[in-house]
Ligand binder design. Sequence first.
Ligand code: MG
Length: 285
Amino acid sequence: MNMDNYTEEQPRPVTPLAFKRISQVDYISQQRNDTQSLDKVSYKQSNGSDRSGHRPSVSLRPSLRYLKTIYENKPLWQVYRKIYKESRTVANANFIIHKDKDFEFAKISQRKRTLVFDMDETLLRATLSPELLPDGYDFTINFCRTGLDIVGYVKLRPYLKEMLLALKPHFELILFTAGHKKYTQAILKEFQKDFTYFDHVLTRNYCSVNPLNENQIKDLKLLTAKRSLKEILLIDNKPENFLLQYENGVPISDFMGDSTDTQLLELTKYLLLFRTESDVRHRIL
Ligand SMILES: [Mg+2]
């Protein structure tokens, strides 16, 4: 069971107080213009021969076993393609975007580039039912929700700590989850007991809401007071979260608790390729 779906708190008010409605067309076309102007610069500076005029894809670089695992995961690939098309489709849908600009998420790390990780089913699996974790769990968590004391069982994705330790010297690491704050804090209290991997943790309150389906989605613009979109990648098992910044999204398969999962090993090698990228936005296609 995905704890993202639990409703501990009242839904955030969908009012002009906390949010403003802007048209998806305006929002995405604005970003597209930014991206196109940047792409032209990158294209002129590159030696590539991309006929579309966009900068060459990172997929031309070596070591892309990670991408192969994504290509071979047909359900994930299909959703990713769908999001790719939607992100480029002019639709009269309204998106609700965080309006509050007060938070800046100060840059603590000296590293220029930022990796933003989703949590549930990307880095770990948490459930109330240990029988859903046939390979066992690593630790339990306790937190309170709507007056009830809840026990959760958490299985870390294999190689998780190894990956974060390998990436930490090269990137700023941020956690961005649609999970509720108390639940996330309970996990991090145990997971970061000996070492703080993430400079910032954004929970459900920082998600934006797609009013068409009420899905929580992640808007990386929240981080851009101190960073550029050229420097941020979002690794998320739900490609829906790439809708607002498709070029920044790195898909990953769902982690359901399998002890033999090796996605993070391949992901680590893949992400390290971005250490020196002047513009990390890429096209996986
Ligand atoms: Mg997830």
